[in-house]
Write a protein that binds this ligand. Structure first.
Ligand SMILES: [Ca+2]
Ligand SMILES: [Ca+2]
Ligand SMILES: [Ca+2]
Length: 368
């Protein structure tokens, strides 16, 4: 057993505060009632500036895979969620009573004090997959909640991380399957993703099997994206950030500077809104969440911050780019994302990549 080898980025310190009540019980056509709170998408200084991009595409035809804790049912996600897969092999840590299966529901990653795997507890479930998914692709104009960066893209949930972390094999198989590769004993994925966000993280060099799986996924046309980690340390210390070919995203705060918790360094590709991680909930980012403190109960909206949150903006932007121009290669998308950033509104104290994500500029460049 190998569960400490890959740990969830969420377990490295995602910060979460106040929740919003669900404002719509039945999703229907109409504006997204929380859109006014989404400074991370719309603010001209510190936001991703999605507005002009949405005149061209909302992500139709793109598939975003998130490799992490799985997904929960939510009014602002369900309509765009594809059949995923649950790669957690271990019957005990899976919390669904068995090994691998075709239901990627997040069973909760809460921990009691003194948990089996030696990770800190107690803590409530973080609904990591659900809150990252909402930022990337929450359904737009459905009269409910928010809109994601790519509000018509589809989500492929891949469950590889339990409350005790994940094994290297479960993560590697998730990368392979999500991008259209074959995994023995698992039915082929009928909806291969060209965008893969990895919500996993572990200290140490990039494991060889992970580097190989990422390389093969990229050759199939996939873009691999991850957060820089929430440790205010050198991002090169952790994988998959230090794996070749991965887009590494640092988090920016409400003012447009490097967030206090964000890791940094020369391997960071770019920065994107991640929320301030301070005492003021208005400086966080609103997204989809679940009300359950342990097991999932009911979809709600919550404010969050973290580098996985930042990376989700880049995933959504890549989904818009590939929707508008599917002929772009993995290297094209990477280059255009990095070269279309704008100067950080507040200069970074530490290396934070080429600048701040500019979704509309990235799309414009993609179409040139
Ligand atoms: Ca299972
Ligand atoms: Ca399952
Ligand atoms: Ca919505």
């Amino acid at each position: 057993m190998n569960f400490s080898k890959v740990r969830s980025l969420a377990s490295l310190g995602v910060a979460i505060t106040a929740s919003f009540a669900s404002l719509a019980s039945a999703a229907q056509e109409g504006p997204d009632p929380l859109a006014g709170e989404q400074w991370n998408l719309h603010d001209a200084v510190a936001g991703a500036r999605v507005g002009d991009a949405w005149k061209v595409t909302r992500g139709e035809g793109s598939v975003i895979a998130i490799i992490g804790s799985g997904i929960t049912s939510h009014e602002d996600l369900d309509a765009h969620v594809l059949p995923g897969y649950d790669f957690i092999s271990d019957h005990f840590f899976s919390r669904d009573g068995d090994g691998r299966d075709d239901d990627a529901q997040d069973e909760g990653d809460w921990r009691e004090g003194g948990s089996e795997c030696g990770l800190p507890g107690p803590r409530s479930s973080t609904w990591d997959g659900t809150h990252v998914a909402g930022i990337a692709m929450a359904v737009g104009d459905n009269g409910a909640g928010i809109a994601g960066v790519a509000p018509r893209a589809k989500l492929l949930p891949v469950r590889s991380m339990s409350y005790c972390g994940g094994t290297l094999q479960d993560v590697v198989d998730g990368i392979t399957w999500a991008t259209g590769g074959q995994v023995p004993g698992v039915p082929d994925n009928r909806n291969p993703a060209r965008i893969v966000q990895m919500q996993t993280g572990a200290y140490g060099p990039c494991p060889v099997p992970m580097a190989e799986a990422i390389d093969e996924a990229r050759r199939r046309g996939a873009v691999i994206i991850t957060g820089a980690a929430n440790d205010a340390d050198d991002a090169a210390l952790a994988n998959p950030a230090n794996c070749p070919g991965v887009i590494v995203v640092a988090a920016s705060d409400r003012r447009g500077g490097l967030a206090r918790y964000s890791s940094y360094g020369p391997i960071v590709s770019l920065s994107a809104p991640g929320g301030s991680g301070d005492a003021d909930a208005r400086n966080y980012i609103v997204t989809t969440y679940d009300e359950g403190r342990t097991v999932p109960t009911r979809g709600i909206y919550q404010v969050v911050s973290g580098t996985g949150v930042a990376a989700a903006h880049v995933s959504g932007t890549a989904a818009l780019m590939l929707s508008a121009k599917p002929s772009l290669s993995s290297d094209d998308v990477t280059r255009l994302l990095v070269s279309s950033t704008r100067t950080m509104p507040v200069a970074c104290r530490r290396p934070c990549g080429s600048g701040l994500l500019d979704t509309s500029a990235a799309l414009t460049r993609a179409l040139e």
